[in-house]
Ligand binder design. Structure first.
Ligand SMILES: NC(=O)c1ccc[n+]([C@@H]2O[C@H](COP(=O)([O-])OP(=O)(O)OC[C@H]3O[C@@H](n4cnc5c(N)ncnc54)[C@H](OP(=O)(O)O)[C@@H]3O)[C@@H](O)[C@H]2O)c1
Length: 293
């Protein structure tokens, strides 16, 4: 097997992909992890994974890090500045070409052509198109939004106050558990037949925040209601409840309003097909999230 290099290897998705590759029987010696510093490398080294240092900001360090690698598992940058992000991604793609990478698996965004959320579609379409210019065989894992985006503080505040504040009305969302997306990546990386394909990886069951509070009430034994406010009211209520303003604004304008607009109600069974089972349900994901809170 040719070597696989995973970028974003210290992050949630990248580390999940590495764990699932190991579970699938890929030898640690065939996996390399890109890290930004030695500090992030320790846990990976303990698993027998070779680490190489490189930042998305530095095309020549990336070219050096990619030498001798067959498949690049390119996890997109988490930077909030979309213009900078395109620049970072261009460095990765250029380095892949210059280092002689033979396959690129890239984590984009689901339904990129018709999606319009926080300008993310521009970043991912630009990157996909740049990858296509290299003629390197690719697989685009167009990941849906993570279910984890609506857990964390959102979940804790709802359990504490008995009210889940959103601006999402009864809109539907197709969010998927991040670990299901990591499994899908490990499947694509270890199988043939995925060359030059794009997969829309979303949950095959659409859910609403009314479903969310019903499940949460059952799981906690507490009555939790959903209150959908205007965007301005929702931001101010979330901030009052302890959320920091940028996150409150992102939740309202980057999640809840796009939900109302139907941006997350598109359906695909690609995730289900890749992982060979139904994606983790909102019920099971909330159960796990409550335990780990
Ligand atoms: N679908 C969604 O709902 C959703 C939500 C959030 C993000 N995303 C996207 O999906 C990606 C993976 O998600 P995640 O949850 O795994 O994110 P994460 O936990 O924040 O991990 C991001 C990874 O990227 C690395 N990184 C950051 N800046 C870098 C740079 N300049 N050069 C090289 N590596 C860099 C980080 O390394 P360090 O440990 O050194 O910081 C970390 O390993 C994100 O990066 C983002 O593009 C998707």
């Amino acid at each position: 097997m040719s070597k696989i290099l995973v970028t974003g290897a210290t992050g949630h998705l990248g580390s999940g992909i590495i764990n699932h590759l190991l579970e699938k029987g890929v030898n640690a010696a065939d996996i390399t992890a890109l890290v930004r510093s030695e500090k992030g490398a320790e846990k990976l080294k303990e698993k027998g994974i070779e680490t190489r240092i490189g930042s998305y900001e530095d095309a020549s360090a990336l070219t050096e890090a990619f030498k001798g690698i067959g498949t690049l598992m390119f996890v997109s940058s988490p930077d909030f500045d979309n213009t900078l992000r395109i620049n970072q991604h261009a460095n990765v793609v250029l380095a892949a070409r210059n280092a002689g990478i033979t396959r690129i698996v890239y984590t984009g965004i689901a339904f990129a052509e018709t999606m319009n959320v926080a300008g993310l579609q521009y970043v991912h379409l630009a990157t996909e198109n740049m990858i296509k210019t290299t003629d390197i065989p690719y697989t685009f894992l167009r990941n849906g939004f993570y279910l984890e985006n609506i857990f964390g503080n959102t979940l804790a505040a709802a359990v504490k106050s008995g009210v889940l504040v959103t601006a999402a009305d009864n809109g539907k969302y197709n969010f998927a558990l991040r670990d299901d997306l990591a499994i899908a990546a490990a499947v694509v990386l270890t199988e043939s037949g995925h060359e030059n394909k794009a997969y829309e990886l979303v949950n095959s069951s659409l859910r609403t925040f009314e479903d969310y509070v019903t499940i949460l009430s059952q799981l906690t034994g507490k009555s939790i209601k959903h209150e959908s406010l205007s965007p301005e009211e929702a931001v101010s209520r979330l901030v009052k409840e302890g959320e920091i303003e940028p996150v409150a604004s992102f939740n309202v304008y980057g999640l809840y309003l796009p939900i109302v607009q139907g941006q997350f109600s598109k359906e695909s069974s690609a995730l289900e097909q890749l992982i060979g089972r139904k994606p983790t349900s909102l019920e099971d994901a909330l159960k796990q999230a409550i335990i780990t809170q």
